[in-house]
Design a protein around this ligand. Structure first.
Ligand code: DGL
Length: 286
């Protein structure tokens, strides 16, 4: 692996790196841009290898490590894994690797903050999880929720079609509504009062999910809770950018740049200007 040197801008002025398999992580970036307006961000969408949700844990770990090397080489000061599938498969390994580099980069994932908030929020101690197959199979949420609230029952539903529907810009048609209804049915039957959106793509369907699940159900998504964890890490590591100016945000993408811009700017609700196409060691659709 390429050595990382200490040269370049001082750590506080380096960007925060964020990655996902596609546009879902933009729901996290959106919260980060609001919560941390003086920071610079570098977002990578691994769209050439989307979807991650049906991949094996070992593939996801390899992808996450490749991406983190690239983002480290771009001088990231903190790494945000804005993808539940990658977090569930690779967070420990990523932390180990990033902290062992000369820069000692901290890694923040999406699973812990969401699990903690869901455990605090649920009154009837029945929590639902909607996530990709990879995330559900990993058991990462079962472990995290049990750590915060051993008395909670977690009802998990794998939703293999949802992230691809959203990534394509989901026309909100009858087929999409019926698909969402099918995934929500076991959660309605179980009477959960809190639902974790365990994929960063899903907040883009929040109004539809809320309507189908009912207004009394709390939806928990990664963005806000994760932004608070990132802010804490910056403070603890003395890494907050001292600038009073608005920070910049840039994009890297392994797949089609125009498709990313088209769907991404609609979802981010902010302009996406600079997108650089990057090749990763094995960034080909497999
Ligand atoms: N947004 C990602 C997640 O949070 C992955 C969706 C996918 O690539 O299948 O799990």
């Amino acid at each position: 692996m390429a050595p990382v040197t200490k040269s370049g801008p001082p750590p506080r002025e380096r960007p925060i790196a964020v990655f996902d398999s596609g546009v879902g992580g933009l729901t996290v970036l959106q919260e980060l841009l609001v919560e941390l307006p003086h920071e610079d961000f570098l977002y990578l969408g691994d769209t050439a290898r989307f979807p991650y949700g049906e991949r094996s844990a070992s593939e996801l770990e390899r992808f996450a490590l490749e991406i983190s090397e690239l983002l480290l080489a771009r001088r990231a000061k903190l790494l945000v894994v804005a993808c539940n599938a990658a977090s569930s498969a690779a967070l420990d390994r990523l932390r180990e690797r990033m902290l062992s580099t000369t820069l000692g980069v901290e890694v923040v994932g999406v699973i812990e903050p969401e699990s903690r908030i869901a455990a605090e929020r649920s009154n009837n101690r029945r929590i639902g999880l909607l996530a990709t197959t990879a995330t559900v199979t990993s058991g990462a949420y079962e472990r995290a929720v049990a750590r915060f609230a051993p008395d909670v029952t977690l009802v998990s539903v794998a939703c293999p079609d949802l992230a691809p529907i959203i990534q394509q810009g989901f026309p909100p048609n009858h087929h999409v509504v019926e698909t969402v209804r099918r995934y929500c049915a076991p959660l309605r039957e179980a009477g959960v009062d809190t639902v974790i959106l365990g994929c960063t793509h899903y907040p883009l369907l929040a109004p539809m999910l809320q309507r189908i699940l009912g207004p009394q159900v709390s939806l928990i998504s990664s963005g806000r809770s994760l932004a608070a964890s990132v802010a804490r890490s910056l403070t603890l590591g003395e890494l907050a950018n001292p600038s009073e100016d608005e920070g910049a945000y840039r994009f890297l993408c392994t797949g089609d740049v125009d498709a990313f811009r088209e769907v991404g700017s609609r979802f981010l609700q902010m302009p996406i200007e600079e997108i650089e196409h990057v090749e990763l060691p094995s960034a080909v659709a497999v």
